[in-house]
Design a protein around this ligand. Structure first.
Ligand code: SF4
Length: 268
């Protein structure tokens, strides 16, 4: 006979310590999907041929030794967890959705176009070139959670890592103006942050190109840069070539990391 609701509740109360697992095994199903996110990833041997502006703007990208090892070729470890991968994939898919909206609005000139430079060797993809107010306007799309989005909206300026990437593209494409198209991941709200080149940006991006040339020359000359950070530092902990770095030897020359972009001077 079917137990009354009261009886069921009392029964549950008696067995409070037992963890009931539904025969469907919901946690097992979650685990299976999480495994699916990380399955195609892992350690892969890679040889980088060019500087990637999106990497330069992030963590180990400022380390000269990282680029030396990457140009040589090494096992790259991917330490992203399932939700890190889900977050990255979500961002990539959002790009396609926003690019389609721009196309449907009749303002898209091109998307995912190659941006290259010979010396220092640089390769990246521009998100969008749009036709705005009769001129081609370079746009970089970034998506973020509500808290970060609201912070950017209140500050009225982009994240410095994002700006580093865009300034490199602007120098290569000889653009004085560009925009960030920020999207709130929670509700798809948009925020446009215009970027206009100023004297500080010109000086910073010129020295960034000189830095890349110095790093590339160190690799051509076979002079491994010495370590700049402790191996338990935040930067090294997430570096994909940490193992190759540990076994590469002490190094022969001292090269500074890329100069950070000063957030206080990065007014837009
Ligand atoms: S482990 Fe640290 S020092 Fe070594 S390449 Fe990576 S970021 Fe540079």
């Amino acid at each position: 006979m079917t137990k009354s609701l009261l009886q069921q509740v009392m029964l549950k109360g008696d067995n409070r310590k037992k963890v009931e697992v539904h025969p469907i095994d919901p946690q097992g199903l979650i685990k299976a999907i999480e495994n699916g996110y990380v399955a195609p990833r892992g350690t892969k041997f890679q040889t980088k041929k060019t500087f990637a502006p999106s990497t330069i703007a992030y963590s180990h990208g400022e380390c000269p030794r990282y680029w030396y090892i990457a140009f040589d070729g090494a096992d790259f470890e991917d330490n992203s967890d399932a939700y890190g991968v889900a977050n990255m994939t979500s961002g990539t898919l959002s790009h396609g959705r926003i690019q389609k909206a721009m196309k449907d609005a009749g303002i898209l000139i091109e998307d995912e176009f190659k941006i290259t430079y010979p010396d220092p060797p640089i390769f990246g993809y521009g998100d969008v070139m749009i036709n705005w107010q009769g001129e081609p306007l370079l746009g970089e799309i970034k998506t973020m959670m509500n808290e970060a989005f609201e912070y950017r909206k209140a500050a009225g300026k982009p994240k410095t890592g994002h700006l580093i990437q865009l300034l490199i593209y602007m120098k290569i494409l000889k653009k004085r103006n560009a925009v960030f198209i920020y999207e709130n991941k929670n509700n798809h709200e948009l925020l446009i942050l215009p970027v206009e080149i100023n004297d500080y940006y010109v000086r910073w991006v010129d020295q960034a190109f000189d830095w890349m040339r110095d790093v590339r020359k160190a690799w051509v000359d076979r002079t491994l840069p010495k370590k700049h950070y402790r191996s338990n530092s935040k930067i090294c902990k997430t570096c994909p070539v940490q193992k190759a770095c540990a076994s590469a030897g002490e190094g022969t020359i001292k090269l500074n990391p890329l100069e950070p972009l000063d957030e206080k001077l990065s007014m837009v």
